[in-house]
Design a protein around this ligand. Structure first.
Ligand SMILES: Cc1ncc(C[n+]2csc(CCOP(=O)(O)OP(=O)(O)O)c2C)c(N)n1
Ligand SMILES: [Mg+2]
Length: 288
């Protein structure tokens, strides 16, 4: 288990890389990448069994990013874990690079699922979880969804399937930031009481602070102990977390910080002072 203070610092650097990557690309999704940072860091540093040298290792745990638009956080994490060189981050959204604007399973080491069309990840994850169980494979499957994404009917079909087949090796995470593309989730298509809905579907449910690395790690550990039901972690988060002018603003759902002053301000909010372009030249641990 990695020390929480250390993981807080990792999270800060992941957010930094998300901002630099998006500024460089000139397009992409800031809000839902920043909200999911601790969800991803606690998973990839404390929980997920994986081998960056051998991404297809048969006994690995699977991570499925269902809310594919938030791939900058996945790419930053995969680079920091060593799946590919960090300099690839600065090629985000360019033609023919390994980091496309939405995840591409065949292009990026560590990406298990091509996503972008919302609502599909839980179905894929349930199928994988069922397959692993039947093979006697010890791998677990983790799938990250958005809260707006819960409007997709296919999610609830997969939810019924996972409970019906006792998929205790399946862990869903809902990034509960209360915002989707164009506003508040409760105004667009109300979800609450979301936890009760998942419980009624036969899932074990935890509702926690999705920015608290200790709570996240604990919820993942509790999932691993469960021997009957699938688990849903409803991670309460703030969209745009860490960057003052992006927090809780729907307008920052699908927009990048601009090169220059704006990305510099975002980095300043995260506690970094070096010129933003310098972070492209150094390794992950360099703080500037
Ligand atoms: C099937 C489908 N419909 C619409 C979209 C367009 N879209 C992209 S992101 C988004 C909002 C998602 O909101 P949420 O799931 O809450 O994500 P987050 O807040 O974590 O970014 C929408 C509607 C899509 N990608 N796929
Ligand atoms: Mg949302």
């Amino acid at each position: 288990m990695v020390d929480t203070k250390e993981l807080e610092e990792v999270s800060r650097k992941i957010r930094r890389d998300i901002m630099v990557m998006l500024a460089e690309a000139g397009s992409g999704h800031s809000g839902g990448s920043l909200s999911a940072t601790e969800i991803m860091v606690s998973l990839f540093w404390n929980v997920l069994r994986h081998d960056p040298e051998n991404p297809d290792w048969e006994e690995r745990d699977w991570f499925v990013l269902s809310k594919g638009h938030a791939c900058p956080v996945l790419y930053a994490v995969l680079a920091a874990r060593g799946f590919f060189p960090r300099k690839e981050l600065w090629t985000l959204r360019k033609l023919d690079t390994i980091l496309q604007g939405h995840p591409h399973r065949l292009k990026t080491p560590g990406v298990e699922f091509s996503a972008g069309s919302l609502g599909q990840g839980l179905s894929l994850a349930s199928g994988v979880a069922m397959g692993l169980k039947r093979q006697g494979n010890p791998g677990n499957v983790y799938v990250l969804m958005g809260d707006g994404e819960q409007n997709e009917g296919a999610i609830w079909e997969a939810g019924m399937t996972a409970a019906q087949y006792d998929l205790d090796n399946l862990c869903g995470i809902c990034d509960r930031n209360y915002l989707m593309i164009d506003g508040n989730t409760e105004e667009v298509m109300g979800l609450d009481p979301l936890a009760d809905k998942w419980r009624a579907f036969g899932w074990q449910v935890f509702e926690i602070d999705g920015h608290d690395l200790r709570q996240m790690t604990y919820a993942y550990e509790r999932f691993q102990l469960e021997k009957k039901r699938p688990t849903m972690i409803i991670a309460n988060t703030i969209k745009g977390k860490g960057v003052s002018f992006m927090e809780n603003q729907a307008d920052w759902h699908g927009a990048p910080p601009k090169k220059g002053e704006q990305v510099q301000q975002a980095l300043g909010d995260l506690g970094f002072t070096a010129p933003w372009e310098d972070f492209k030249k150094h390794d992950f641990d360099w703080v500037g």
